[in-house]
Design a protein around this ligand. Structure first.
Ligand SMILES: Nc1ncnc2c1ncn2[C@@H]1O[C@H](COP(=O)(O)OP(=O)(O)OP(=O)(O)O)[C@@H](O)[C@H]1O
Ligand SMILES: [Mg+2]
Length: 278
């Protein structure tokens, strides 16, 4: 459970996030929408402390996230996986190694540097890739994959962290509609089946409507809407995106629809075989 109270972030005289308060129960899938510059990324980055708040509080359970330091902050970043628009993979490394990098916060630096991932971790990585339907890319350099495949590798890497929360900053903004759907279906499946809280910034309204049980609308650093998709009326949409008379919802649309069929079960036999071959 998140309790965010009076959270603000200033950059000089610019107020990126302005006195925002809301709570998120465990296991929700929340979409954050708003115009460019509304403060969506800054809000997400404060939650995993890539950005420090100017004021306010972020509590997760009974932990105050804003004051975490050192080892405790490292643990929080492990619990709270981040997915970016540009994937942030290491392009020259193979997919398996990229996914295993999600384990870094679970182990000591010395072991990480020596690149000693355990057999169990390799099996776990391949199972994550199978779950996302890209196990065939395991030995390929990450930079040679399509955008949709790269984002699925990034999600597999996030799963390796065994996170409690996934924060996704415009995860589909660089993808075509088909890949966007695959990636959103994967995030929704992880939210539903694993009970992991997902908070995702989205630049398309219809995607937020289709996938998120709750939507936060931001404008000029403030939360101007907080509710289920059914309450996102045309008037509310104008409040979020600005009051231009000619606002056309299609401008924020990628026309993708969710696929609620669960991902295929992973095949442990296959994972064991692949791990044995490495
Ligand atoms: N590091 C920074 N230094 C100065 N100003 C910043 C910084 N990061 C964000 N801002 C400003 O804060 C405001 C909110 O930015 P933010 O990136 O959070 O918006 P956003 O809603 O994610 O926008 P977009 O949809 O374009 O990603 C913007 O005016 C931005 O210019
Ligand atoms: Mg942003």
């Amino acid at each position: 459970m998140f309790e965010i109270r009076n959270l603000s972030r200033h950059f000089g005289t610019k107020v990126a996030v302005d006195d925002v308060s809301f709570s998120i129960p465990e296991g929700q899938m929340v979409g954050v929408i708003g115009r460019s510059g509304a403060g969506k990324s800054t809000l997400l980055r404060m939650i995993n402390r890539l950005a420090d708040p100017t004021a306010g509080s972020i509590r997760y359970g009974d932990v105050e996230i804003v004051s975490l330091k050192g080892e405790a902050l490292r643990r929080w970043r492990r619990d709270c996986a981040m997915i970016f628009q540009q994937f942030n993979l290491v392009p020259r490394l193979d997919v398996l190694t990229n996914v295993l990098l999600g384990r870094l916060n679970h182990r000591s630096t010395a072991l990480s540097v020596m690149n000693l991932f355990s057999r169990d971790e390799r099996i776990m990585a391949i199972a994550a890739l199978e779950r996302l339907g890209i196990e065939q890319t395991v030995l390929q350099a990450a930079g040679t994959l399509s955008g949709g495949q790269q984002q699925r590798v990034a999600i597999a890497r996030a799963l390796m962290q065994e996170p409690r929360v996934i924060l996704a900053d415009e995860p589909i903004a660089s993808l075509d509609p088909l890949n966007a759907k695959v990636v959103m279906d994967a995030l929704a499946d992880i939210n539903r089946r694993d009970g992991i809280t997902v908070i995702t910034n989205l630049h398309t309204l219809d995607t937020a409507r289709a996938y998120c049980q709750r939507i936060l609308g931001m404008a000029e650093g403030r939360v101007v809407f907080d509710g289920p998709p059914a309450e996102l009326t045309a008037e509310v949409v104008r409040r979020i995106y600005g009051a231009e008379d000619d606002f056309d919802e299609r401008m924020t649309s990628t026309s993708i629809t969710p696929q609620w069929v669960p991902a295929p079960e992973t095949v442990p036999g296959l994972a064991m075989q692949a791990a044995a071959a490495m």
